[in-house]
Design a protein around this ligand. Structure first.
Ligand code: GUN
Length: 286
């Protein structure tokens, strides 16, 4: 068997084009995304740059605030406070992780829920848990969009999410479990006993652990959908959680790395920015 490759770049382009059309049809209001990046990490800089490039393609404006690796906690907080109060900014994204020594929690606490395009604040996460409308973390949303686009059945299926981060694993488990998706979800992590056994029972496998190529072909149920969200920096470059070539021989669907979930994170960030502008009354409700 050779898996269907889930093309995140193509779906991102479709989503971005749809956003551009919507914004134009609304008379091109200024919808603004602001990003904050602390430090000089190369991959994070490239990732933030592509967020700005795609925002422009969607017809949005964007602003970037870069701080040196030696920035203090209060300097970072001051910028986020300023963006929170600025009515011309509709979405705020603080690129994570922050450099060692900086605590992300008080920084995220300063982001108002209606500008929280990353879905990471307590209010956004609380709304997700309580199944109320709100902004949801972009990578999990992007994974759900890929599953829908490729008609991967979720209802009544077994899903395993490997990794329990607040950015990906936890919200994605909730989305897969929600009414409408209706998967039976197992949350696996570094302390899970018999990881191979747990994975082998799953119809949908999500690698979000950041453990290079930990999901191997012998673990995967034939025909399963295998989604790679992991990012590990190795001597061979950036690799995902999935041992791609051999797993593609067994799986029914697979996301490439790069070109799978990464582009969809950006697409969903821009969708969230439009939703945030709507929540702030900049554009009318649909
Ligand atoms: N770092 C890697 N992915 C993300 C993301 O989706 N949001 C933020 N804020 N930081 C990230």
């Amino acid at each position: 068997m050779s898996a269907i490759v889930m093309d995140g770049n193509a779906l991102r382009d479709e989503v971005v084009a749809g956003l551009a059309e919507q914004i134009e049809a609304l008379g091109s209001p200024e919808v603004c995304l602001a990003t904050v990046l602390v430090g000089d990490d190369g991959p994070s800089q490239r990732y933030v740059n592509s967020k700005h490039k795609k925002a422009a393609e969607a017809g949005m404006v964007s602003r970037h605030h870069g701080l040196g690796a030696d920035a203090t906690q209060s300097e970072v907080e001051a910028i986020v406070r300023e963006l929170a109060e600025d009515p011309s900014v509709h979405g705020i994204l603080v690129q994570l992780p922050l450099p060692d020594g900086l605590d992300p929690e008080p920084v995220l606490d300063l982001v108002p829920a209606e500008k929280d395009v990353d879905g990471l604040t307590e209010r956004s996460m609380g709304r997700l848990v309580r199944n109320r409308p709100g902004l949801v973390s972009c990578t999990p949303l992007g994974v759900m969009r890929l599953l829908e686009k490729y008609d991967v059945p979720t209802s009544g299926k077994r899903a395993v999410v490997i990794g329990r981060s607040t950015l990906v694993g936890l919200p994605l488990s909730l989305l897969l479990n929600r009414k409408g998706a209706d998967a039976t979800v197992t949350m696996a992590h570094s302390r899970t006993a018999d990881m191979a056994g747990v994975v082998s029972e799953a119809d949908i496998v999500i690698g979000a652990a950041g453990q290079a190529r930990m999901i191997t072909a012998d673990m995967v149920k034939p025909g399963a959908a295998v989604i790679d969200v992991g990012v590990s920096r190795t001597e061979a470059g950036i690799v995902g959680d999935v041992d791609y070539e051999p797993v593609a021989e067994v799986a029914g669907w697979i996301t490439p790395m790069p070109g799978g979930t990464g582009p969809m994170t950006i697409a969903c960030l821009l969708e969230n920015t439009l939703t945030a502008a709507r929540l702030q009354g900049v554009i009318p409700a649909p």
